[in-house]
Design a protein around this ligand. Sequence first.
Ligand SMILES: C[S@@+](CC[C@H](N)C(=O)[O-])C[C@H]1O[C@@H](n2cnc3c(N)ncnc32)[C@H](O)[C@@H]1O
Length: 271
Amino acid sequence: MLTTSNTEGGGIASLPIGIASEDPEQVDAARQLAHQLSLPLLNPPLDRSTIALVLNAQRLEIRHPELGSPLFIDFVKGAMGYRRRRGEGRQQPLARAIGLKGGACPDVLDATAGLGRDAFVLASLGCQVLLVEQSPIVRALLDDGLERARQAPETAPVATRMTSIQANAIDWMAKLSAQDLPEVVYLDPMYPERTKSALVKKEMRLLRALVGKSENVFLLLEGALKCARQRVVVKRPRLASPVAGLKPDFAIESKNTRFDVYLTRKRSKTP
Ligand SMILES: C[S@@+](CC[C@H](N)C(=O)[O-])C[C@H]1O[C@@H](n2cnc3c(N)ncnc32)[C@H](O)[C@@H]1O
């Protein structure tokens, strides 16, 4: 049985994961998803011994008593909906780091898609975003959130600019042919606790439990630098050192975060 891959954080780490549905009409779909993800089908009632991916008519969510309320991806309402309505625009640090100056709308390969929040921000500013996520479970949650976003009139135009795939981005980037190289590669690797926000903490704790820390950040950066036609952007905690000590061309800081920007166009011209 698949278990969470990480031993950090105690609690839910190392628990087995399964799929369940409490809705008789969704049991077949749950069985299919269990087969697709090679996870066992669990019978409700769910208990503390398992992390459950629960499929109901509304959504796919992840549950465990320690997580409090269930976790699911919601681009329409919640924090993402608020961010979209507030329309932080092209002046926000992420947008500036990606290079959204004036009318520029580069296509972005988000090589560490996770819960898709940064990708959604970029897509809402007009970028086409390919989201690459290594974890099949996280990708299933992501696709569920994207599907609901495609069905809501207020988010459909944004969601249609987002495509997700499940792959190790290091391998994926290495196989891209010249005509498919993205203008920008965005990396947001998992790093130790970086914010005190309870919500983010809970989500990040779950992500860490599901996928572990990113052990391959250097390889991700190396692959990204080879394949981005314009730039690579790496999200870091504000005070952390750059990945592998590789100094960026410039950085854009916000309160807790720093975006390190590596200009690959400039690099490829220098001998
Ligand atoms: C911190 S999360 C990204 C959060 C995301 N930026 C967001 O806004 O929701 C990091 C994610 O990168 C994924 N990841 C790490 N290494 C990867 C790789 N080599 N290929 C694909 N995904 C990877 C992890 O599985 C995890 O889901």
